[in-house]
Design a protein around this ligand. Sequence first.
Ligand code: ADP
Ligand code: MG
Length: 294
Amino acid sequence: STPAAITSGIASGARRGLLIKGGAALEAIGSVKTVAFDKTGTLTQNKPQVTDVIHLQGTPEEALRLAAAVEAGSQHPLAKAIVEKAVEKAAEHTSKQPPPEATEARALSGKGVSARIDGVLHLVASPKHASTLTDLSAQQPQITALEQQGKTVVVLLRDTTPLALIAIRDEARSDAKAAIAELKNLGVQAVMLTGDNQRTGKAIAGNLGLEVQAELLPEDKLRIIRGLKDQGGIAMVGDGINDAPALAEATVGIAMGGGTDVALETADAALLRSQTRDVPALIQLSRRTMGNIR
Ligand code: ADP
Ligand code: MG
């Protein structure tokens, strides 16, 4: 039998867009020691924009056209930003040139995308992956500087020749910094988990005031969550779309935004208003409710 306080706690959460799956979930949320955030879409807006195109050969417009052709079939947020920028540039230049045709496009998970253009293999990839194919030491200072600004850099390669560096920024959510500070006040540790590179991750996390673990593959995220779970409970906050395994693995899985059925299936709670500050609000609601029962 559910105590009346739990029912009323869940109802009062629901009125503010905090959907909680049940009494057990409500109780667990208040006692987690750590909250882990997926970076994209939870601490950032998930509206990545191309900020810099540094062409090493040809023109920036041409580099963008090639990169967009390689990325055309990719669903990755970085791919969408590149395609969007190429379309915007083409409109500005009222270019009548059709986009180059790419074939045999392949996603290299966590690394980039490759495709063939005019029979030549092209690649848009992380500097880390591109460095395994070509020498980027001449470009490293520029890459480092862009990453220290919190931007993600990808490299366009034609065969093994670097053609351009493209920097992409996803702005932090406006309330993310306040949310992290509130978690600290509640005595809860906050950490950001990301597949992005160390420097970009550190720059963003540093601004928001939380710890970061970067360059993680999906299986690394699961390993970290398991470890933190054993140390007294962890809430994992993600968008619920591509991080369902991490949400399921955590003591408490919290899905931000959308509020899809799929998200609530794996998650223990969903934040319908998509505000980072609803994470500490959820913890406070749990603690108040459980305090009323004890
Ligand atoms: P996360 O979702 O945690 O930010 P991903 O595993 O999706 O990280 O990607 C990690 C890195 O791999 C990206 O930061 C980027 O450097 C590279 N990458 C992945 N997919 C693409 C893509 N479609 N185009 C360019 N780079 C990509
Ligand atoms: Mg991803």
